[in-house]
Ligand binder design. Structure first.
Ligand SMILES: *Cc1c(COP(=O)(O)O)cnc(C)c1O
Length: 488
């Protein structure tokens, strides 16, 4: 299993190279050079697996045993998923009118990112120990990634984590998950801007080859292939349990399953597309809030940013640069690196691009997409509560809106990915006129000490942020100098 860049400039890398990278050196994103195909028999043989066993099966398709023997992989994944608050790790809520919610939020920071982050951080730690090296993880976050990276990596000996979040655009609980972690391998910055502004500064740092090389700088955003890889598992898990596969007769084609996905950076929907290409008959629906670039791209090939990121009730998907769409474009263009390079370079230069007809057609066949307003979010949260006494987080409500507006057909099972717990988004719950009992794990966060540093908005903010972060990276490294041996 080898990996290549979506822009055609790099190939032949192994899982370990890719795990320790952010963007590829040519600016692209890493993908497997070829995807394994899951036969109907293979899928049927997985129906009895627990979620963590399925993660092992999926990961073993992409991590060769000479890099990580099977028993090590099993131990790492089991350990990573052992701290979830429900024993099944991923749970299905079957509500009225055939509404099935796939609860992905039972990890430490109550968002689906914990699933892939806990596993990925353990893979990191495993290889760093083996090679006696260190790494610095640099993460920009719209709220959930930062907390999840911090909670997964706090206290690790070989890794420092630098997180930058947009001040005032994350919820109090998200902020606390980041700032209350006082371990000295965790460094948190609050930036005066949007998460897309933060990405501008971080992308430039990742483009500095010397900085990346000499400090073992890496990303844990869903730029990182390992996160996407682990996310393949929940699509397959949902398929095995919800498509009707177990009842379908073996001589018939596999039954399809529609999966409705709240979409921001598009890592989750990219994972869905990959699973589909691996032979699982999924029908994907990307649900967005009024930051609707993904919906416009799918609907009309209009891959262009709006002037501003709008703040909505679903802040984790307030994103105008859905960077994982690059992986989707690559897959759907028949892995045409030159084409993807052209699209992405134009998009980053001018913030707009019209997809070539062929690619747009392939994209609109691979998924559909719908935009939901704040009113739609609140209406969905209220209706689901009234019908079921079941509280949705605002992102999950973006998905479940579809249930109340587009009846599903009898022939097609459908499920909705629940990406966070409502407890993380209390003001959205209140805005919808609902109330929430706070879990004890959250109320204790309030009493904890907090620490973070500011990145202020100045006329030259992008450069100033970059300089501050670069200095910090240097100072982390020199503090560790005594026993450094960076991963390069
Ligand atoms: C990150 C996140 C999303 C979006 O996931 P992508 O993979 O970036 O599209 C949706 N909901 C919540 C709660 C999240 O934290």
């Amino acid at each position: 299993m080898k990996y290549c860049s979506t822009r055609g400039g790099v190939r032949g890398l192994d899982f370990c190279d890719v795990l320790f990278s952010g963007f590829a050196p040519d600016g692209g994103m890493f993908m497997p050079e070829s995807l394994p195909v899951l036969s109907p028999d293979a899928l049927r043989s997985w129906t009895g697996l627990r979620f963590s066993q399925l993660v092992v099966e999926v990961a073993s398709l992409f991590i060769p045993t000479h890099l990580m023997p099977r028993d090590h992989l099993e131990a790492l994944v089991t350990e990573a998923l052992s701290n979830f608050s429900v024993p099944e790790v991923v749970r299905f809520a079957k509500l009225k009118e055939g509404l099935t919610v796939v609860e992905l939020f039972h990890g430490n920071t109550l968002a689906f990112k914990d699933l892939a982050m806990t596993c990925t951080v353990r893979f990191l730690d495993y290889f760093l120990h083996k090679q006696k090296r260190r790494a610095i993880v640099l993460v920009g976050t719209s709220g959930d990634t930062g907390g999840s990276a911090i909670q997964s990596a706090k206290g690790l000996a070989q890794v420092d984590v630098v997180v930058v979040y947009p001040r005032g655009r994350v919820t109090p609980v998200q902020e606390k998950h980041m700032t209350t972690c006082l371990q000295d391998n965790i460094h948190v910055f609050a930036a005066d801007g949007s998460s897309d502004d933060i990405d501008v500064a971080l992308r430039r740092l990742f483009a500095e080859q010397e900085l990346v090389r000499s400090h073992g700088l890496m990303s844990l955003n869903s730029v990182n292939w390992s996160r996407i890889m682990i996310q393949l598992a929940h699509f397959i898990y949902a398929y095995l349990h919800l498509s009707g596969l177990e009842k379908a007769s073996a001589d018939r084609p596999l039954p399809p399953l529609e999966v409705v996905v709240p979409t921001g950076g598009a890592g989750n929907i990219a994972a869905g597309c990959i699973v589909k290409q691996m032979g699982v008959p999924l029908q994907l629906v990307a649900m967005v809030n009024t930051n609707d670039i993904v919906q416009r791209t799918v609907q009309c090939g209009d891959f262009s940013m709006a002037a501003d990121v709008k703040q909505t009730l679903a802040p984790a998907i307030d994103i105008q640069d859905p960077y994982n769409m690059e992986r989707v474009f690559w897959l759907l263009s028949g892995r045409d690196g030159a084409l993807v390079k052209g699209i992405m370079e134009e998009f980053h230069r001018s913030h707009r691009h019209t997809l070539p007809d062929q690619l747009h057609t392939a994209l609109s066949q691979a998924m559909s997409a719908v935009t939901v307003t704040d009113e739609g979010i609140m209406e969905t949260m209220r209706r689901c509560w009234e019908d079921n006494r079941y509280l949705l987080c605002p992102h999950t409500a973006v998905a479940v809106w579809h249930h109340y507006h587009t009846p599903s057909s009898a022939k097609l099972n459908r499920c909705y990915l629940a990406t966070a717990s409502p407890a993380k988004f209390q003001s959205a719950v209140q805005r919808a006129g609902l109330t929430l009992d706070l879990p004890a794990s959250l109320s204790s966060l309030d009493k904890m000490d907090a620490r973070c540093e500011d990145l202020e908005r100045s006329p030259a903010w992008a450069k100033d942020w970059e300089d501050t972060l670069r200095e910090r990276i240097h100072s982390i490294s020199s503090a560790r100098e005594s026993n450094v041996n960076y991963y390069t």
